[in-house]
Design a protein around this ligand. Sequence first.
Ligand code: GMT
Length: 374
Amino acid sequence: MKIGITCYPTYGGSGVLASELGKFLAKRGHEIHFITSTIPYRLQRDFQERIYFHTVDMEPYPLFEHPPYDLALAAKMRDVFVSEGLDLLHVHYAIPHAISAYLAAQLLKPQRVPIVTTLHGTDITLVGQEKSFFDITRFGINESTVVTAVSDYLKERTESVFSPSKPIHRVHNFVDLDLFRHPAFGCHRSNFATPDQIVYIHISNFRPVKRIPDVIRIFAKVREQIDAVLVLVGEGPMLREAKELAAQLGVQKHVRYLGKQLDIVSILGCADVLLFPSEVESFGLAPLEAMACEVPVIASRSGGIPEVVAHGVSGFLADVGDVDSMATHAVELGRSKELRVVMGKAGRKAAKELFHPDRIVPQYEALYQLALNS
Ligand code: GMT
């Protein structure tokens, strides 16, 4: 098939998943055309056969205080659909991508343009429920040919909040298990910890939903009992508050701020424990990547996280905001290498069994077929 994929190309999980999906579809013989504002960051390094990039043209014009990206994207989708002879458009994140795809399809009438929309989370849980975005999100869902959600939680949430006119298909996220693995080489651990220290890590876009202050509070409690460092990967609006809180709690010299990083595996893969106390996560791609790298996860029992992390098996879950429980589990893991190894191996096993590309990518292929036939 010839598939147009649109996503946010920056650091969010939806862009990561869309990029990985493009890679695996291309490996399975499909021709993939990314239609995005820039090349998705996970695809910036290596050339891959059957993957093509079409970046959206945005000409600056003094009249536009806010250049109309959604319209430029729709125009580009239309052009690429025709010039490359695409079979369908697969958009990740409802707003504005499903709407731009709808516009492209209108422009191409009477030609039929099947649209597959994957809901990732904040498009439904946060953005879609902003009063002003509610109707347009619902419209984007209802006008798509096929709609998928990345967890049972998100599927149910979408159904209850939007009462969509069509079924929502749950397709879990997946992880590249050849790439995300405990690294035999290229581990950067010695850059941020001494051999005896325990390395706790948090990776995100540092938005309020990630509950960054909880990460710092958990770590400060751990530091009372264990010689440890906290590695923070990523950037976002809560980073400054994180630094202030770390200073206030007296742990700032044990926190390493790495900012945005391209090579996540060689950092994540040699950490000891991932801290992920989010308010809500529709899935939790970072916990899945940690599990693939044999790193146990401490996360909140919220949203789709329990579909990914099994409490007491691949990590520990606690109620949102229960910093004490998370810190207790973090200390337990920090103190026992044996427990870390057992949980790390269990996490990798679950990642292989439940979230292997060979299990998930064919589910998308089947839904593409459904979109073409319906
Ligand atoms: O808010 C983020 O973490 C970014 C966001 C995105 O769309 O890039 O992530 C969402 O999609 C990811 C991939 O499906 C999921 O793993 C994340 O759980 C989800 N984030 C939230 O639900 C907060």
